[in-house]
Design a protein around this ligand. Structure first.
Ligand code: PEP
Ligand code: MG
Length: 889
């Protein structure tokens, strides 16, 4: 018979796929001798078997569960449902990848009308026993019987009010007994059945519902967001309960072995005395920092600190640990690799290398490149006086400004409309996740550093402040008060997640800087990588940023952006509207020195690194006014001022706009097709490049220009444009007496170019894959239309696995890239190749580029650090692939 159920001492950490992350960890911890409450894990395969059988636990699996239960009873000396010494268990989900708060957990299973009495006697603490029972009824009813917690909370609140209690600890055993009677009535009324008393029935119902929770709405959203496949299934962990709420010698907490926000090597976490696990995570009471445990329970703290050290050494990574102290005895409930901010990830990786725990390659693989974005965000300008309204816990660093909203749905709606909002809530729950995604930041008035809001925000790299108790939120009035200040819905606030400060209004921010550890990690990445990283930059400022972030050159300078400047557009329009070549050349002559200046600035910023300049690409109508707006203006003038000179001018403009109008501009008169029909435009641009080089040569600066012809589909286009550039160089050479060392290449962004890359390579010194257009033309999608109309639905319905404009479609577009490289190199082995579409800054696409043998990737300046790291990771992951990094590619 196939094995579906594993006792904790039968597994280890390598069995994650089968036992889930939590189950494998519990097994591993048991095997290294940590004080883990005993139990067993029902495998992820059982979850899949459950779904395959139409949501039924098969008799085989049932039998194995009962056997495991018997062994658990034997080991603990307790029995499920036995009043004199009852075994109580927790039932938790545990997927292969951690999905915090997304699926359901049930504690205290095994409680019923009889065992509660037994517990009361055994612990000599009837209050605790009844409190546990009512918690169990509430949790079980919510998760398994689908009775909303609202009914229970309402009853409890009414009870407290009626008896003049302010908080739960004031309720006596007798009070809880009355509450329990009320709870059971709620269950009866809502489900038309008694609350199940038979513990084994409770157990199987709970297991079913954990399997069901794999497919609840929030788990599905979380998986989509984190790209976790649906077919993995979840395991279920059944573990004997220990109690943190048996009095003041007990407690429960969550701790990280290092600070998950900054990475500092100190124990970090919090605990609550006389409480159960969910109290800490739910954020209803604000817990104590872990440091106070040292004075409150010195021995327990000592043992805990040693255990943390042992766990870090064992797992060689920062751990997130849940623990419980039951009457002075420490139990470790679970440990897992701790989620952390990018800042912490870098510091921990670098310091663990320095401490000799891991090597540099492991450190490089520890940091998710996508996470680095967080560090390249802006911070509040320190020189600006901060009049903070209130200070909460600094739960996730970063600064944000936005309008206050109190509701996750509204945050989502406004966020999707491009508005900047900050979600302010008493606390958040997994149901708020869509609002958190859309908001700039999250603020809660309750809960600690490990509350839901804090964990989720850190995972997303969003600023977050928790437990800001000074904040009195009135959800009904849609406002919060801090002292005498009232902040209304829609008011703008600024928050600093690194300090916990909340401020009124908008505060200036400053550009990010790379920390020392970050720079060190990137230096290791540069040592390891065998793939060049360049930046896409169109002006000297961006080029400067790219240089600072470590770009080894410019892979794409889009020259059209230089024409969009408000001062230049009129000259560009003059050039377009010219009625003869003379007029056009006059306008071009005006533009030339401006272009030359831009190029000089970029060349200077790049200090001798190669710079790829692309000649004009977009259709000319993009520089003219919108046709419809113009039509309205002309019509108005025809009515109001029919004899005006303005009307004549506008009518002329409209005529030209109509002439240039295209059915399919993306496939129309653009790219090198412009240069073919209006060679004088490309000639001006080429000359501006060479004049700039000549000028810088006088200053002693060496320049490595690579002139790139866009949208080539046939070799003859490139042949002609190449000659045009060579002629321009010769002319400038003659005029200035300088000689030029330059390359001429092309973008490969039309499928025909990739398929005839051998012919094209004869005329090209380099290829740069323009995967934006290559994706458009391979799929036959216009990006703007696709993203506006159907792409989202395609992704949601899994027609496409990802947005192909963000993540390179390796099966289709990738095949064209591979073909292009192969054919091109077959003709010209030294052909330089790179990518400059947006995919050049996306980690899986970068890995693909490495494996395809490209020399470099080029991405926006802010993604350069990410690309350096991703390039290193690709090199490390595929060490068997033989590559050398060409110097200064
Ligand atoms: C491309 O097509 O990939 C590219 C980089 O050019 P653009 O995005 O400017 O069309
Ligand atoms: Mg393009």
């Amino acid at each position: 018979m196939k094995k579906f159920v594993y006792m904790f001492n039968e597994g280890n950490s390598s069995m994650k796929e089968l036992l889930g992350g939590k189950g494998a960890n519990l097994a591993e911890m048991t095997s290294i001798g940590l004080p883990v409450p005993f139990g067993f894990t029902i495998s992820t395969e059982s979850c899949n078997a459950y779904y395959d059988a139409g949501k039924e636990i098969s008799p085989d699996v049932q039998e194995q569960i009962l056997q495991a239960l018997a062994r658990l009873e034997q080991t603990t000396g307790k029995r499920l449902g036995e009043p004199s010494n009852p075994l109580l268990v927790s039932v938790r989900s545990g997927a292969v990848f951690s999905m915090p708060g997304m699926m359901d957990t049930i504690l205290n299973l095994g409680m019923n009308d009889e065992t509660v009495e037994g517990m009361a006697k055994l612990t000599k603490n009837p209050r605790f026993a009844y409190d546990s029972y009512r918690r169990f009824i509430q949790m079980f009813s919510d998760v398994v019987l689908d009775v909303d917690v609202f009914f229970f909370e309402q009853l409890l609140e009414e009870y407290r009010e009626k008896h003049g209690y302010n908080s739960d600890p004031e309720l006596t055993a007798e009070d809880w007994q009355e509450v329990i009677a009320g709870y059971k009535k709620i269950v009866k009324d809502r489900t038309r059945k008694e609350f199940p008393q038979e513990p084994k029935e409770q157990l199987f119902l709970a297991i079913n519902s954990v399997f069901d929770s794999w497919n609840n709405q929030r788990a599905i959203v979380y998986r989509r967001l984190n790209k976790i496949p649906d077919h993995l299934g979840t395991a279920v962990n059944i573990q004997s309960m220990v109690f943190g709420n048996t009095g003041d010698e007990s407690g429960t907490g969550v701790a990280f072995t290092r600070n998950p926000s900054t990475g500092e090597n100190v124990l970090y976490g919090e605990y609550l005395i006389n409480a159960q696990g969910e109290d800490v995570v739910a954020g209803i009471r604000t817990p104590q920092p872990i440091a106070t445990l040292e004075s409150e329970m010195p021995e327990v703290f000592q043992q805990f600190a040693e255990t943390c050290h042992l766990l870090e050494q064992h797992y060689q990574d920062m751990q997130d640990i849940e623990f419980t102290v039951e009457r002075g005895k420490l139990f470790i409930l679970q440990t897992r690799t701790g989620k952390r901010t990018a800042q912490a990830a870098i510091r921990i990786a670098v310091e663990m290398v320095e401490e000799g725990i891991i090597d540099k390659k492991t450190a490089l693989l520890r940091v998710d490149p996508e996470q680095l974005n967080q560090l390249l965000h802006r911070r509040i300008d320190e020189s600006y006086p901060r009049n903070h309204l209130a200070k909460g816990l600094p739960a996730s660093p970063g600064a944000a400004t936005g309008a206050v909203v109190f509701d996750a749905d509204e945050a989502e709606q406004l966020g999707n409309d491009g508005k900047r909002v900050i979600l302010v809530r008493p606390e958040t729950t997994p149901d708020d996740i869509h609002g958190i995604i859309a908001a700039q930041a999250v603020v809660t008035s309750r809960g600690g550093m490990t509350s839901h809001a804090a964990v989720v925000a850190r995972g997303m790299g969003k600023a977050c402040i928790c437990g800001c108790e000074a904040l009195k939120i009135d959800l009904k009035e849609k406002q919060f008060r801090i002292g005498d200040t009232v902040v209304n819905h829609g008011d703008v606030i600024t928050i600093d997640g690194a300090t916990g400060e909340i401020m009124l209004g908008e505060i200036p921010m400053i550009e990010p800087q790379l920390s020392e550890e970050f720079q060190l990690l990137l230096a290791w990445a540069d040592e390891a990588r065998k793939l060049g990283v360049r930046a896409n930059a169109d002006n000297p400022e961006d080029a400067q940023k790219a240089f600072e972030f470590g770009a080894g050159g410019i892979g794409l300078c889009r020259t059209e952006h230089m024409f969009m400047d408000a001062k230049r557009v009129p000259i560009v329009q003059k050039m377009i509207l010219a009625s003869n070549l003379e007029e056009r050349e006059a306008a071009l002559a005006e533009l030339l020195p401006m272009q030359q200046g831009d190029f000089e600035g970029i060349f200077e910023a790049m200090q001798g690194f190669p710079v790829t300049i692309r000649l004009l690409d977009p259709p000319l109508h993009e520089f003219l006014p919108d046709k419809e707006e113009l039509l309205v203006e002309v019509t108005k003038l025809q009515i109001l001022d029919p004899s005006s000179a303005e009307l004549v001018e506008k009518e002329q403009l409209l005529k030209k706009v109509r002439q240039l109008d295209e059915f399919n501009p993306m496939l129309g008169h653009r790219g090198c097709r412009l240069g073919m029909i209006h060679p004088e435009i490309y000639e001006m641009q080429a000359k501006a490049i060479f004049y700039a080089i000549a000028k810088l040569a006088d200053k002693g600066l060496e320049v490595k220009p690579e002139i790139m012809i866009p949208l080539v589909g046939h070799v003859n286009e490139l042949k002609e444009m190449r000659q045009l550039v060579i002629d321009a160089a010769l002319q400038v050479q003659e005029e200035t007496g300088k000689t030029f060392d330059y390359l001429i290449g092309t973008m490969i962004e039309i499928p025909r170019a990739a398929l005839t890359a051998d012919q094209i390579a004869e005329e090209a010194d380099f290829f740069s894959f323009g995967t934006n257009d290559l994706t458009q033309t391979t799929f036959g999608y216009s990006r703007d239309d696709a993203e506006r109309k159907f792409l989202q639905a395609y992704i949601e319905n899994k027609v496409l696995p990802e947005n192909p404009f963000a993540v390179l479609d390796q099966d289709g577009v990738g095949k064209l890239v591979e073909t292009g490289v192969k054919l091109g190199r077959a003709k010209k082995p030294q052909l330089k190749t790179g990518i400059c579409g947006e995919h050049g800054g996306e980690k899986s696409s970068i890995e693909f580029c490495y494996l395809t043998g490209l020399d470099y990737v080029s991405c926006s300046p802010y993604r350069v650090p990410l690309a350096r790291l991703a390039a290193a990771q690709a090199t490390i992951r595929h060490e068997a692939v033989e590559r050398t990094l060409q110097p200064q590619i």
